[in-house]
Design a protein around this ligand. Structure first.
Ligand code: PMP
Length: 400
């Protein structure tokens, strides 16, 4: 036998083990009694009978799989219906559904950042946006987290089209991006020098001929939680439907299903249909996932209080943990991040919670760029006050 070509993998595995950073899968039993603050089922819809029935009905009607890519055989009337209702709900002209939020981000970034363009990307962005930047033909400049001035400076260096890319709610700490300031920075990038701050000479020559920068927002954690009735962070910031704003969403968090979408002006969505490789060369979203997402969206529309409840549970969780002396980040949506002193202590803390019946997320390097480990809790609209009490008690006891 020749030497294994994969010895380097063994070396990496040993290094990972030495650093205590090995990750393993833990299959979740169907009848798990754990109180789940680890998943992203923010509105408690993943097991809602109307949502699971939406999936089952769609599978019976359209089949288990989409049978092909969207441009060949994988576009059903169900996909069209979901796109229409999603765009309408979030306040955009058009939507395009893809097989995941990850694929939606790759599609949006690559299709909107051609050769010669500049991508300005927040340092705290989700891995799927980062990978979109890596795949895109444009040049990426990473800027400090949630810093519109840094965005402005970066945009000054552009020589062609530009987009600014940011999560609306950051997945690790649950903090919100300064959306209005980002939009202002994008728009100022298109005004002639001096006009934005009123220092331009009267009578100076007119438009510089530059358009503003596009703003691409990943609203994975905003949809269903932020804004009136959960219409998303772009809606809440008054940016929904703007000609220079495109958002991406996932169907796998607040909608309890699977899949993703890009929302924006109709001509941008048409461009994606023709140019986005993760749309064109990927099998269409499974009908069951589309059916479940559509059922969840309709529930959300009929029960707008679900979004407010998720936010209220997050705030309550934050306030009570902080009162117990834990260091947490004030939540802007449903994600509550609690700091741990070290990766090892984060792991032990999460393990003690699990032993006491509470599932929490544990984020540690290299998943977190700043090297700070935390427990990540997700507030759910369907948590009862008793469950909230239990979660707080388990978290504080397990910390001791
Ligand atoms: N963006 C953000 C901010 C996310 O947190 C996630 C999910 N972890 C995604 C995109 C990817 O979405 P999906 O899971 O639907 O691929």
């Amino acid at each position: 036998m020749p030497r294994s070509p994969f010895e380097w993998i063994e070396e990496q595995a040993r290094a990972r083990a030495r650093a205590g950073l090995v990750r393993t899968l833990r299959p979740r039993p169907a009848d798990s009694a754990l109180l789940d603050l680890a998943g992203n089922d923010y509105l408690g819809l993943a097991r809602h009978p109307e949502v699971t029935e939406g999936a089952a009905r769609a599978a019976r009607t359209w089949g288990a799989g989409a049978t092909g890519s969207r441009l060949v055989s994988g576009s059903t009337e169900l996909h069209a219906e979901l796109e229409l209702e999603l765009a309408e709900f979030c306040g955009f002209e058009a939507a395009l559904v893809l097989s995941s939020g990850y694929a939606a981000n790759l599609a949006a970034v690559t299709a909107l950042a051609p050769h010669g363009s500049l991508i300005v990307s927040d340092a705290g962005n989700h891995a799927s946006l980062i990978d979109g930047c890596r795949l895109a033909r444009g040049t990426t400049q990473v800027v400090a987290h949630a810093d519109p001035d840094a965005v402005r400076k970066a945009l000054d260096t552009r020589t062609g089209p530009a987009i600014v890319v940011s999560d609306t709610v950051f997945s690790v700490d649950g903090d919100a991006a300064p959306l209005r300031a980002l939009a202002a920075a994008c728009r100022e990038a298109g005004t002639p020098p001096g006009e934005a701050d009123g220092t331009r000479e009267p009578g100076a020559s007119g438009a510089s001929g530059r358009s503003g920068a596009g703003l691409l927002l990943d609203d994975a954690h905003g949809l269903g939680v932020v804004g009136e009735g959960g219409r998303g962070a772009a809606w809440a910031a008054g940016l929904a439907g703007a000609p220079d704003v495109v958002t991406t969403v996932t169907l796998s968090k607040s909608l309890g299903s699977q899949g993703g979408a890009v929302l924006g002006p109709a001509h941008v969505i048409d461009h994606l249909v023709n140019a986005a490789r993760t749309f064109i060369f990927d099998t269409g979203l499974a009908p069951a996932a589309a059916g479940a997402a559509l059922a969840a969206l309709r529930l959300l529309r009929g029960e707008p209080q679900r979004a407010a409840r998720a936010r209220a549970v997050a705030t309550a969780l934050y306030e009570r943990l902080t009162a117990e002396g834990l260091e947490a980040v004030r939540p802007d949506a449903a994600v509550v991040s609690v700091r741990a002193p070290s990766p090892e202590q984060a792991l032990r803390w999460a393990a003690r919670c699990r032993a006491a019946g509470l599932a929490v997320g544990c984020f540690r390097p290299p998943s977190v760029p700043d090297g700070v480990s935390r427990l990540r809790l997700t507030a759910r609209a369907d948590l009862t006050d008793e469950q909230l009490d239990r979660a707080v008690n388990v978290l504080t006891e397990a910390r001791r």
